[in-house]
Design a protein around this ligand. Sequence first.
Ligand SMILES: Cc1ncc(C[n+]2csc(CCOP(=O)(O)OP(=O)(O)O)c2C)c(N)n1
Length: 649
Amino acid sequence: MTKVLDQIQTSHDVKKLDSEELERLCYEIREEILSTVSKNGGHLASNLGVVELTTALHYVFDFPRDKLVWDVGHQSYAHKLLTGRKDRFHTLRQYEGISGFPKRDESVYDAFDSGHSGTSISSALGMAEARRLKGEEGRVIAVIGDGSMTAGLAFEGLNQAGHINQDLIVILNDNEMSISRNVGALSSYLNRLMTGQFVNRFRDEMKGFLETLPGIGKSVLRFAKQAEESLKGFFMPGLLFEELGMQYIGPIDGHRLDYLIETFQNIKKLRGPILVHVITKKGKGYPPAEMNPDRFHGVPPFVIETGELRSDSSKKLPTYTEVFGETLCQLAIENKRLIAITAAMQNGTGLEEFARKFPDRFYDIGIAEQHAVTFAAGLALEGMKPVVAIYSTFLQRAYDQVLQDVCLQNLPVVFALDRGGIVGEDGPTHHGLFDFSYLRHIPNLIVMVPKDENEFQHMIKTATECPTPVAFRYQRGKGVGVKKESALQSIDIGKGEILREGEDILIIALGSTVYPSLRAAEKLADVGVQAAVINSRFLKPLDGNLLCDWAQRTGKILTVEENVLQGGFGSAVLELFQERSLFSIQVKRLGIPDTFVEHGPQTLLREKYGIDENGIFKGVKEMLGERRSELIHQSLSKTSVSRAHPNPK
Ligand SMILES: Cc1ncc(C[n+]2csc(CCOP(=O)(O)OP(=O)(O)O)c2C)c(N)n1
């Protein structure tokens, strides 16, 4: 039997299908998503949950004239399959393949690039308003999850939408889940609305029953209706949204294509801001994901039959995230004031065990990074030691709170920035490549970057002892394989370490670039170039004396960082030399140029941007230029250098 999905080249082809074909299409979309994500990894559960919703939207609306904006965008796979990307779908999230998020330069059907929560209502409202100003036709639809609805930005958008009364359709995709279970008062409210659905159903059934009662039925029904009107706020769901100026429609079963299509067809005729409350099941159609939607929110490749992950079990190294979670638990036993805060990323930030062991000192505050930081400021003011664990990319949203509410008041909040640097397949919206630049210039803030899991655990302890704001930034993935010392130690603030001595050039690295620098130095030694390597450990404050002494010895330095070059670590070193009037030092900086980095494997992207071992080796060779042979000659007559660093391999 030919596949219905094979007949879909554009969104318009969906409109030609009958109801049976539409159902079949949904089945095939699920199969395709499951098969591809099981191989490439990706956001499985969220995508399986919106198959009927996506199909119904494409059936009823006229995309791309109408605009469809996906919040976060991690649930746009079915949309991609229906909009001409089926043949390339197998390249999902692979280097040069299609993105796991909506991308305007990938398709005209992708109305807005997303990746961070809560942007859909604001961007959709902007588009709708622009259309009004230009006198253009077309509906704008934002699809937002109940998790993303906890973002303050979403409410800022709703606030304006209700006020200006613009034509806008907001679809609230309520699956009661963020990545973990959704939290907060809004979530409880939505839950009551769902319960209201059953009140409605009960009411409809009651109505049918009353009508059948001979004689008295009609008058009882009339009375019941009057009572219902007066109890509107109680019985009518969606009052909160209605009060905000939106027309509330729902709740609707998001897996019933017929209901969805009928509802959207009716809504198409309505004007003004409308909120459609759709109830879906995360992971729908794949039992392992239905049972464990959080585990299948974002998954590496897995075996479809069992749901088991195909993770690389050859190396049982701990991830930085795991080291963070374990160390924090260890510290929390002694330090009763230690508090952990996550913005809807309990699992992602490794805080499950902390939540279990110290429920009273653990806060999942929803997708509300700004609130997380200022909430921590309040806790710190009252003598607590809050540790705010947020991915580097998401802390961007709370820059002002870090600066204004924490650092300006010199409050001892700890920022744990997970997923610093290149994160891989999630791509440009998720790479943590800007944090060196957006943190380095904030007064009072100390920033540490661990080179390996052992140093990391010591940094965590050090951070929790600091009387000032402090951040540590660590990369996605496994540690390098060094042994973790059993006793946690404090690190001297602002002290770097010389890991390898050499007279020809100094390589200064921190975090993920330290070991590649050491390996590059070994290779350079093989060709007669003796490179010194310093682990800066601190982005701020820098170990000025150590760096300047060694820079003067070699006269040449190469800085290496997994961050954009603009305002990053290399810039900090340049500023240091300028302040100390070391104008003759020759400096080359390796890092990410002035660009957004695409999606792809971490190793490949590090290689592409020249910040891996080979890139560093090449960088040194380029720097030494034609003087290289002279240096090689000189270095042959020098005494051998100390190699005091541990080798991760
Ligand atoms: C600002 C921001 N913080 C955190 C995240 C990480 N994140 C991605 S999806 C998600 C949960 C979204 O839940 P919801 O909107 O309900 O969508 P669902 O996956 O349940 O369909 C979170 C916390 C993000 N993308 N953006």
